[in-house]
Design a protein around this ligand. Structure first.
Ligand SMILES: Nc1ncnc2c1ncn2[C@@H]1O[C@H](COP(=O)(O)OP(=O)(O)OP(=O)(O)O)[C@@H](O)[C@H]1O
Ligand SMILES: [Mg+2]
Length: 383
């Protein structure tokens, strides 16, 4: 395994040297920066695996460094650890809000805590992301085309097709999630409250036992942000290790991204075993989807892990499958017919479509899509 690189940003030269020496002894390659400005440059240029920052640094504050790193796609998901001479609660909160993954106060115990934290954060990015359950993301270029209804119904059908499999749905649509109202979840737990928890508590065991199970739906739910104000406080830096923990305790992790493609959700899409694109049949949705797909290709998403669903959410008119394929320049894997009011009716009753309308041909389509998607995700993982 190549040596992992750690950047230490600290204005105090004695403290910096001490941390660097300790980490070098642990077989980490260490880079040092004596100012915030240097630290930012090295983060973007050298792409360390972890950055350790004393937030009391003065040329640019630690909080500002974290915000700048989080705003840049190259470093948006980089693990950031505050190793701070300021033990105040106000500072801790400010740093975590700014995007630090962890806050450690300089003390006698700081060194073992720092190495334990680094090992844990690296363990997550190395192993867990590539292992565990299959990760399927569902997204679209436009809102209202059915990603949430499809995500819930496909998850339910995967669970029904494979009763031994453990399935979880995570709603990551910002600023407001919408899976909870579809499946009838009214509890207070959601992605914002979960990312707020201390990292040591969001373990695979926690997600295995503490996520609500949606009975008729046969899956567990990590509900989305309840309102825009909460979503502003979402600790985006925690997203990947939470997904890794979900993968460690479930066989299938379905993530509704909706049209909320952003620097927060892009890494999820890049790590997914299957990327499901939902396209509605109006010409503007199809051409926007083409733009989205071109972007994803540029970001390294492979066409062999794409699954495209043409959903006639807007009624009977609109482009045919062949016309849509011509514009998209990718094959459409499945088409969901226009279901009139039935889909909305099933959603309003918090019921899976296949239970509410078992004889409808669309029920069969959902079953087939669930089968196709899990087969394709397995294949894409094996490659
Ligand atoms: N094939 C279809 N036939 C009829 N109605 C549909 C179809 N697909 C979706 N709908 C309806 O469209 C509405 C929007 O669906 P949904 O909330 O799943 O979309 P979304 O893409 O998640 O939207 P948002 O952008 O708001 O998150 C729902 O009322 C749903 O019942
Ligand atoms: Mg939605």
């Amino acid at each position: 395994m190549p040596e992992k690189k750690i950047l230490v940003i600290d204005a105090d030269v004695a403290s910096r040297n001490f941390i660097a020496r300790t980490l070098s002894e642990q077989k980490y390659e260490v880079i040092q920066a004596g100012s915030g400005k240097e630290g930012l440059i090295y983060s973007w240029r050298d792409r360390p695996d972890v950055v350790v920052i004393d937030p009391t640094i003065t040329d640019i504050t630690g909080e500002e460094i974290a915000r700048k790193l989080r705003q840049d796609a190259r470093t948006a998901q980089m693990p950031l650890i505050a190793l701070s001479s300021d033990p105040s609660v106000v500072r801790i909160k400010a740093c975590l809000d700014a995007g630090f993954n962890e806050y450690i106060t300089k003390s006698g115990q700081a060194v073992p805590m720092l190495t334990e934290t680094i090992n844990r954060l690296l363990g997550i990015s190395n192993a867990a992301i590539k292992q565990g359950g299959l990760l399927m993301v569902i997204l679209s270029a436009k809102g209202g085309v059915g990603t949430s209804s499809l995500c819930a119904n496909i998850a339910m059908n995967i669970a029904q097709n494979q009763p031994e499999a453990r399935v979880v749905v995570a709603d990551m649509v910002l600023p407001i999630g919408s899976i909870a109202p579809i499946v009838g979840y009214t509890g207070n737990q959601n992605i914002v409250t979960i990312t707020d928890m201390p990292p040591a508590e969001t373990t695979p065991e926690f997600f295995q036992h503490q996520l609500p199970e949606m009975n008729l739906w046969r899956f567990h739910l990590l509900a989305g942000s309840p309102d825009p104000e909460s979503s502003n406080h979402l600790k985006a830096g925690r997203m990947m290790d939470i997904i890794a923990a979900l993968k460690a305790s479930y066989d299938f992790v379905l993530v509704d991204i909706g049209r909320a493609l952003s620097r927060i959700t892009l890494p999820l899409i890049q790590h997914a075993d299957l990327v499901t694109l939902v396209v509605s049949t109006d010409p503007s949705a199809v051409s926007l989807t083409k733009t989205l797909w071109d972007y994803l290709k540029n970001k390294g998403v492979d066409s062999s892990s794409i699954y495209t669903i043409l959903n006639r959410a807007v009624g009977l008119e609109g482009l045919s499958k062949t016309d849509a394929e011509k514009i998209l320049e990718i094959e459409i894997n499945s088409t969901i017919p226009y279901l009139g009011n039935n889909f909305t009716f099933a959603n309003n009753h918090n019921q899976p479509y296949v239970l509410k309308f078992p004889k409808d041909t669309a029920a069969l389509v959902f079953k087939e899509i669930a089968k196709d998607m899990s087969a394709l995700a397995h294949r894409s993982r094996a490659e």
